[in-house]
Design a protein around this ligand. Structure first.
Ligand SMILES: Cc1cc2nc3c(=O)[nH]c(=O)nc-3n(C[C@H](O)[C@H](O)[C@H](O)COP(=O)(O)OP(=O)(O)OC[C@H]3O[C@@H](n4cnc5c(N)ncnc54)[C@H](O)[C@@H]3O)c2cc1C
Length: 478
């Protein structure tokens, strides 16, 4: 007889893992299907020759209550490593071919080389009082110009946009990219006062703040969640299609270790990337599949370059540098000084930096060879960071279409997609194209979905004493 799971989660990145882990902790029978042999999706870490090399994301900004709660719940098995606050605040922007220290707060505005005195005054005036938002489709560039002036938009905002979202500030919708700041922008005439108030209101329990990672690198997070899920995680299990069955449950057709398998569940959490999700939803609902299929993605390439410390004359005294929008010919989007942020990422006597290429500034870089990509960046790096010789270590990761573009209208699209999924019932959309691309946003979304499922189908199964229950997955081989 075919026994049904409460929930099948499709995709073992941080979005799917969060939903599955929360449901499992609440005692639900949950099964997570991951296509590849590695858990974590974009979150992968490699240890090589004493270096800790992050393939995709590097660290997480602790902001949401959901992520904080996850770190708290995992504190015995997953101790965190915090980035040094001073190092993390010290960031540089490449503008006019030169490195400028980016102001880390209003106090730094008076003496900085990035903004001229009139531009500084304009920014200060905007921080104190400026016009709140009326149109949710405004781009990040438009908001930056309205609030803080043209020079800020052309330098800092454009650099932050490619550094965080892999896209130009003129191409992304402010309200869906940074919903927290967008709420301030909608309601406050004085951004400075609103930010100070938010800081003051921050709950005392918010002890974990800032940028964090883990001793063994970021991949320790998905690994820990998967370990706790135990047999509820099935690797090497690509889902081919999903279907609605006559009794209202979901059928999931998957090729587990290449064996065709059919599984059933009351709920599906679809936690794959936007392209895979659009494909899978095609036979379920044309409009839903069309909406998600219309999200485009940005490609990214990460070069981890290790050097002997004496090869680099620059002090690497900060988080790294980002190239402003005007630096069209710069061969990279930014350089993160990884071992300055987390010294344990390089062996003694060495340093490691992460160089980002991609987006619209370096189209085709993911198709170029490793040697071509290294050649493209090294001349500039030698000059900017006063490097001599060649890297002692090169490790390159390609991320084709991995970063969804939150183009103007994205928020409206996702609202409509969620409405359709609600109408279908038992279908939940997770993943970094829904509510933000950062790991923190993916955790927030996965957690919220788990709570929605728990609230809507309160068929709780007794949990064991630790609150963790290993459910036995049901698979019916065809
Ligand atoms: C280069 C880069 C740098 C980044 N830097 C940061 C950073 O420093 N900090 C930060 O917070 N965020 C960063 N991000 C963003 C963040 O890492 C991602 O948005 C987030 O990890 C995505 O998680 P996800 O679970 O939504 O998707 P993914 O990690 O893409 O997971 C989706 C999973 O679904 C699986 N899958 C796909 N199809 C199927 C199928 N048919 N059946 C079963 N499984 C399937 C895939 O194999 C994959 O494991 C970065 C992203 C990139 C690419």
């Amino acid at each position: 007889m075919q026994q049904s799971n409460d929930t099948i989660v499709i995709g073992g990145g941080i979005s799917g893992l969060t939903a599955a882990w929360r449901l499992n902790r609440a005692g639900r029978r949950v099964l997570l299907l991951e296509a590849s042999l590695r858990i974590g999706g974009a979150i992968q870490t490699t240890r090589r020759d004493g270096f800790l090399l992050e393939h995709g994301p590097f660290n997480v900004l602790v902001r949401s209550a959901e992520f904080r709660r996850m770190l708290h719940d995992l504190r015995d098995t997953l101790p965190i490593v915090r980035a040094d606050r001073e190092v993390a605040r010290n960031r540089f922007v490449m503008s006019g071919g030169k490195l400028h220290r980016a102001p880390a707060g209003p106090g730094d505005l008076l003496f900085n080389s990035l903004l001229s005195p009139p531009a500084t005054l304009r920014m200060l005036r905007g921080l104190l009082i400026s016009r709140p938002r009326r149109d949710d489709r405004e781009t990040l560039d438009m908001v930056a110009r309205r609030r803080l002036g043209d020079r800020f938009a052309d330098t800092l905002a454009s650099a932050l946009s490619v550094g965080i979202f892999g896209a130009e500030s003129t191409d992304i919708e402010f309200s869906s990219c940074v919903p927290r700041i967008a709420r301030i922008d909608r309601n406050a005439r004085s951004p400075l006062l609103a930010m100070l108030r938010a800081k003051h209101d921050a709950h005392e329990s918010e002890k974990i703040r800032g940028l964090v990672s883990f001793e063994e690198g970021l991949a320790a997070l998905p690994r820990t969640l998967a370990d706790e899920l135990g047999d509820s995680v099935c690797m090497d299990s690509p889902v081919k299609s999903i279907t609605r069955q006559n009794d209202g449950s979901w059928g999931v057709q998957c090729a587990r270790r290449e064996e065709p398998t059919v599984l059933t569940a009351d709920n599906i959490v679809l936690a794959v990337g936007h392209e895979a999700a659009a494909k899978m939803l095609g036979p379920i609902d044309d409009e839903l599949s069309g909406i998600i299929g219309s999200v485009s993605g940005s490609s990214m390439l990460v070069l981890n370059l290790g050097f002997r410390r004496e090869q680099v004359r620059h002090p690497l005294n900060g988080y790294g540098l980002l190239a402003a929008g005007s630096e069209r010919t710069c061969p990279y989007l930014g350089v993160l000084w990884a071992s300055s942020v987390f010294p344990h990422h390089a062996p003694a006597g060495y340093c490691v930096m992460r160089v980002f290429r991609g987006g619209s500034r370096h189209p085709g870089c993911v198709e170029m060879s490793d040697a071509e990509n290294v050649d493209a960046v090294m001349d500039n790096l030698r000059e900017t960071l006063q490097i001599t010789g060649d890297p002692a270590l090169i490790h390159i990761c390609r991320w084709p279409n991995a970063i969804p573009l939150y183009a103007p209208g994205h928020g409206e699209k996702i609202r409509r997609a969620n409405e359709i999924a609600d109408r279908i019932g038992g279908l939940y959309l997770a993943g970094n194209y829904t509510d933000g691309i950062s790991i923190g946003s993916c955790v927030e979304r996965g957690d919220r979905i788990a709570h929605q499922i728990l609230a809507l189908s309160p068929r709780a199964i007794e949990s064991n004493q630790t609150g963790v229950r290993q459910s036995s997955p049901t698979m019916v081989a065809q």
